[in-house]
Ligand binder design. Structure first.
Ligand code: HEC
Ligand code: HEC
Ligand code: HEC
Ligand code: HEC
Ligand code: HEC
Length: 285
């Protein structure tokens, strides 16, 4: 399919999915641009009018950073394509064109009763993303969140309103916001997480390559299954588990393992020694 057709299909499907939704209709015209953003847009338009050809290219990055409009960001997200309209997360009444009536029940993010209050976000998203929520509730992050301590919620990593998936290029950066020497969450996490994500992508393309070469053995299928659920598995944020899954995929595919030191052996001796001491204490009581 050529790009134009894809665009037509996209626009058409957004139109179908969000027809008759007053939030979307009205917010399309509510400008969320700040004065400096509007000035910037004016300059860009002037450039375009004068035929300064590089203008869009030069400023595209800046533009995308500045275009903070909730609607604009949302409209190019998978949520827009799938008809997940504003009201699905914010509440309100999408059937009336009256602003006050439409906003009934739409609460500010700072209100603890709001569906988009920091702590309430996992359950708001979890209505549709049950599997991610289930894994997330097992995480250290969730425990901290429940105890009203610093921790990421869904929208910390999937920023509104693009709700994009972290990429190998920005993964470490996201984690480093907290996993750093100053704030104190384990600073070894970010590089490890970035590497794991990168490896999972590389192994996925390796599988595709193997399949294209006509290989489709049982091991390849098993490896593919593990990688298919990997994006969900992430949400427990258990690095050992993720490493074990990547190692399992590698061995299923016959990928050479890097030579590792064996901390497991020393650890098992320590555990055995500890267990012995505990046992002895029990018997001597
Ligand atoms: C008739 C136009 C209109 C409709 C319909 C509308 N909005 Fe709004 N909305 C606005 C405007 C304008 C603002 C900016 C603040 C203000 O003027 O109240 C706003 C603000 C908001 C805010 C920011 C929080 C706040 O209270 O200021 C949210 C969230 C929001 N709207 C969500 C929704 C949702 C969800 C719907 C549909 C159920 C909706 N809006 C329908 C025009 C509209
Ligand atoms: C998938 C869920 C989801 C959808 C769909 C969604 N939002 Fe949001 N929105 C959020 C979350 C979560 C926040 C809170 C972000 C934060 O606190 O960092 C938010 C914040 C906002 C805010 C700031 C509100 C405040 O009180 O600070 C506005 C305005 C807003 N959204 C408007 C919209 C509009 C308009 C749409 C539809 C075009 C929309 N949102 C669609 C989840 C969503
Ligand atoms: C009403 C259902 C619904 C709600 C609520 C919802 N989502 Fe989604 N979400 C979807 C659907 C449908 C998709 C598209 C699935 C697909 O294409 O595979 C999606 C896709 C995503 C993706 C993948 C985007 C991509 O580019 O691949 C992320 C990340 C995501 N949602 C995060 C969130 C977060 C965070 C929240 C809460 C703030 C949320 N969602 C709330 C239905 C929902
Ligand atoms: C600390 C960061 C972080 C938090 C918090 C987080 N996610 Fe994710 N999310 C990720 C990463 C990393 C991926 C996987 C990227 C990959 O493998 O492509 C992901 C992937 C996803 C996907 C796509 C899954 C798929 O099958 O493609 C969805 C949907 C999603 N997250 C929803 C959520 C929801 C809902 C929450 C809250 C309950 C949440 N995320 C919390 C980092 C986070
Ligand atoms: C908003 C802050 C914040 C962000 C962002 C964040 N974390 Fe965390 N994370 C924490 C806190 C707080 C803990 C609790 C444990 C601690 O104090 O070390 C934690 C614990 C963890 C743990 C388990 C224990 C450990 O220290 O090894 C892992 C794994 C983890 N995070 C992975 C990630 C990954 C991967 C990302 C990025 C995708 C991320 N985190 C982003 C705050 C954050």
């Amino acid at each position: 399919m050529n790009r134009f057709l894809i665009l037509v299909v996209l626009v058409a499907s957004i139109a179908v999915a969000t027809a008759e939704n007053s939030c979307v209709d009205c917010h399309k015209s509510v400008s969320a641009f700040k004065p400096e953003e509007m000035r910037f847009n004016e300059i860009r338009k002037e450039h375009l009018e004068r035929g300064v050809s590089c203008s869009l290219e030069c400023h595209e990055d800046l533009l995308s950073k500045l275009a903070k409009s909730n609607y604009i960001q949302w409209s190019s997200s998978k949520h827009a394509i799938s008809g997940v309209t504003c009201d699905r997360c914010h509440g309100g009444n999408p059937e009336t064109r009256d602003k006050e009536k439409a906003h009934t029940g739409v609460l500010r993010a700072s209100d603890p009763a709001s569906s988009i209050y920091y702590m309430n976000i996992p359950s708001t998203c979890g209505v549709c993303h049950e599997k991610e929520l289930a894994e997330f509730t097992l995480s250290e992050h969730y425990k901290k969140l429940e105890n009203v301590e610093l921790a990421p919620t869904c929208s910390t990593c999937h920023l509104p309103h693009g709700f994009k998936i972290p990429e190998t290029t920005n993964m470490a950066e996201i984690c480093q916001n907290c996993h750093n020497g100053n704030i104190g969450a384990d600073p070894e996490v970010p590089p490890k997480a970035q590497e794991l994500l990168k490896e999972s992508f590389e192994l996925k393309s390796l599988i595709n390559k193997m399949k294209a070469e006509g290989k489709d053995g049982e091991n390849i299928k098993k490896a593919e299954q593990i990688l298919d659920t990997f994006p969900v598995t992430w949400h427990e944020f258990n690095i050992e588990r993720l490493e074990a899954e990547i190692d399992a995929v590698k061995s299923l595919l016959g990928v050479e393992e890097e030579a590792k030191s064996v901390p497991g052996f020393e650890l098992s001796i320590i555990i055995a020694a500890f267990a012995t001491v505990m046992l002895l204490r029990r018997f001597t009581k």
